[in-house]
Ligand binder design. Structure first.
Ligand code: ADP
Length: 268
């Protein structure tokens, strides 16, 4: 990551403030239980602007719950979040409506399954959020959506319905839909795990390009090669905590923790 600076606020292809290395997100002491199941036991990390953070770890270790806690899809039981050094959202008390809106507006999630609206065309899917939620004028939203679709090689699929697309194309539309919201932070929840193996590459390629352009992202992934190539920092989670963190080269070559080593030995 750490690509060129944004060319201007009106360029829909430009990541927001990519040249700015300030801390965008600070998460402290995030805890979450589902009933008696303590899923997150105090998770701390920060994400700087332009940085790519990947979350790896065994299934059930809490990775998705961390991601969902960042944009309000889950509400932590304890801990704090702060964006841009702004006021902390403290989960000791239920977040206010303003807090929840602030979280939602900061980030956009790309899900494991694309979650496109099946009855809408590609372009309608992409402009839905900007037009309905962000009140962007329709003509402008369409122009920006077309530029983004072109950017991921899907300009000619503008008027197709999701069922007419391959899984990889659907997921690329899912990414465009997130980009169209112009979030500060892109959240990817195992974006390729529902795809046939031959379609994984095209989606990872788009994500890697966005990373290289300087988009800030947190990526939950089983694709360690991707983590190795794209991540600035890897967080290894197990049992609801971050067991080890570091640059991918160092962590994959010389993990410091036994649990990290065992996990990587199975996958590398
Ligand atoms: P990972 O992404 O590392 O596979 P998750 O965050 O998805 O882990 O899940 C961690 C644990 O939380 C799992 O035991 C899972 O069953 C549980 N869990 C996740 N979401 C819910 C939910 N909405 N209700 C109950 N349990 C959940």
């Amino acid at each position: 990551a750490g690509g060129p600076p944004a060319d201007g606020a009106d360029d829909p292809l430009a990541p927001p403030d990519a040249s700015d290395a300030r801390v965008l997100l600070e998460a402290r002491g995030i805890r979450k239980s589902f009933g008696a199941n303590e899923v997150l036991r105090g998770v701390d990390f920060s994400v700087r602007r332009g940085e790519v953070v990947t979350l790896i770890g065994p299934s059930g270790s809490g990775k998705t719950t961390v991601l969902r806690s960042l944009n309000g899809l889950e509400t932590p039981d304890a801990g704090t979040l702060a964006f841009d050094g702004g006021p902390e959202i403290d989960f000791a008390t239920p977040p206010s409506k303003a807090d929840r809106l602030a979280m939602r507006d900061r980030s956009a999630m790309v899900f494991q399954q694309h979650n496109l609206f099946p009855h809408m065309t590609v372009i309608e899917n992409v402009i839905e959020g900007p037009v309905r939620v962000q009140k962007v004028p329709r003509a402008r939203a369409i122009a920006e959506a077309e530029a983004l679709l072109d950017r991921v090689g899907l300009a000619e699929k503008r008027d197709a319905h999701p069922f007419e697309l391959s899984g990889g194309q659907q997921q690329r539309v899912g990414i465009v839909r997130a980009l169209a919201l112009k979030p500060d932070l892109l959240l990817f929840d195992e974006p390729t795990s529902a795809l046939d193996p031959e379609l994984v590459g095209e989606v990872l390629h788009v994500i890697k390009e966005l990373a290289d352009e300087g988009w800030t992202m947190v990526v939950v992934t089983h694709e360690l090669q991707f983590a190795r190539q794209a991540a600035d920092e890897v967080l290894f989670m197990d049992g609801g905590v971050i067991v080890e963190r570091g640059a991918p080269e160092r962590m994959f070559r010389a993990p410091r923790e036994e649990r990290t080593r065992r996990f990587l030995d199975r996958l590398l």
